[in-house]
Design a protein around this ligand. Structure first.
Ligand code: FES
Ligand code: FES
Length: 178
């Protein structure tokens, strides 16, 4: 089936198998291997990307379901050579160890800050509860997101990836949000 989607600002058209997962299309079809595959069952959040500005788990969505959508992966988060404040926060606060969960964590956090630019620590923890980390114990990840939301992070909600307003919640397990 033909799918047309905008990935990190580039309009792309491909023929894909109807059964192909979005995460497989991103990694194997487009070479965007920053999107990781952990569980493939919607539990770990390693595959989180933004779909029309909203964090989704790309192992729970078919590529054909993303037809017409705008997808942002970790490779497309910086703008004009400048890291997103969430990326800077992970840098400044040592929000990673092995880095496997990090792209998904960052995109989930970006979605959270788009909806809630100044979250409390509790809201950050709740916002990231759909993303698992095997290494850090989470504290530095939470610190990184709070850094991005604070004065040092600048305008936490700024950026082309800002999506529509929505209630605070973890990345959606199934495909596209309604
Ligand atoms: Fe674990 Fe998608 S790979 S939620
Ligand atoms: Fe290793 Fe999170 S930094 S899984």
């Amino acid at each position: 089936m033909k799918v047309v989607m905008t990935v990190n600002g580039r309009r792309l058209e491909h023929d894909v198998e109807p059964r192909l997962l979005l995460v497989q299309h991103l990694r194997d079809g487009l070479g965007l291997t920053g999107t990781h595959i952990g569980c493939e069952t919607g539990l770990c959040g390693a595959c989180t990307v933004l779909c029309d500005g909203v964090a989704i788990k790309s192992c729970m969505m078919l590529a054909v379901q993303a037809d017409g959508a705008a997808i942002t992966t970790i490779e497309g988060l910086e703008r004009d050579g400048k890291l997103d404040p969430v990326q800077e926060g992970f840098w400044e606060c040592h929000g990673l160890q092995c880095g496997f969960c990090t792209p998904g964590m960052i995109l989930a956090a970006r979605d959270l800050l788009n909806r809630n630019p100044h979250p409390s620590e509790r809201e950050v923890r709740r916002g990231l509860e759909g993303n698992l980390c095997r290494c850090t114990g989470y504290q530095h990840i939470v610190d990184a997101v709070l850094w991005a939301a604070g004065p040092a992070g600048g305008s936490a909600a700024a950026g082309a990836t800002a999506g529509p307003s929505a209630p605070s919640q973890a990345p959606r397990a199934p495909g596209r949000p309604s």
